[in-house]
Design a protein around this ligand. Structure first.
Ligand code: E4P
Length: 218
């Protein structure tokens, strides 16, 4: 399973990259706003900075919601760096635009996916990635992981090549469950990635090893 970091924070991206486990980055307009990045030029420069840090795929989301606008904006975003993936919302014009990008060799991430029906449409349009939002589904008292499981089953049966990118991840447990249920990629905040390191028995065991070493070696 690939690991993406879900942020526009350059420090967090750098830290995850230095761990040596990072395969890419996802951003969205809310994450950009959280970093105080506003205005078309600044946003584009920020994408370029991210692409300089990370070799893998970097999702850049379009703001347009009409077919012509999405195609124009996405084509421009894709020209900013070789590893840009155009992130397109799961709407009618978005699906049409994904087909256009697919036919023109531009990688896409179909975002805001909440059902297997939507996931089938994204795959039929040839999306590189499809992003089911696990945490937001859990917030509505449904089970986000059930969606990952069903999507993985459908994609395997149908032979779809679109990669399932588990998004809206809130914890390290979410990452484990997404891996178990067939996600190809998990995009997570740095806290969830670092949370995977934690186990009290590791901390206790290490403290004991170091104490025993100190007893014998001064
Ligand atoms: C990533 O592609 C999504 O935009 C992101 O994971 C959404 O996460 P949130 O539900 O925590 O905002």
């Amino acid at each position: 399973m690939k690991f993406f970091i879900d942020t526009a924070n350059l420090k967090d991206i750098q830290e995850a990259n230095e761990l040596g486990i990072l395969d890419g980055v996802t951003t969205n307009p809310s994450l950009m706003a959280k970093e105080g990045i506003t205005g078309k030029d600044n946003i584009e420069k920020h994408y370029q900075k991210i692409c300089e840090i990370v070799q893998g795929d970097v999702s850049a989301e379009v703001i347009s919601t009409d077919y012509e606008g999405i195609v124009k904006e996405g084509t421009h975003l894709a020209s900013l760096a070789e590893n840009i993936v155009v992130k397109v919302p799961m709407i009618k014009d978005g699906v049409k635009a994904i087909r256009h990008f697919t036919d023109n060799g531009i990688a896409t991430n179909c975002t805001l996916v909440f059902s297997s029906a939507q996931a089938i449409l994204a795959a039929k349009a040839g999306a590189t990635y499809v992003s089911p939002f696990i945490g937001r589904i859990d917030d509505t008292n449904w089970d986000g992981m059930e969606l990952i499981k069903e999507m993985a089953e459908i994609y395997a049966i149908q032979g779809f090549e679109t990669q399932i990118l588990a998004a809206s991840i809130r914890s390290s447990r979410h990452i484990v469950e997404a891996a178990k249920n067939g996600a190809d990629v998990c995009t997570c905040p740095l806290s969830a990635i670092l949370g995977m390191l934690k186990h009290p028995l590791t901390d206790n065991g290490l403290a004991q090893f170091l104490a025993d070493y100190k007893k014998g070696n001064g």
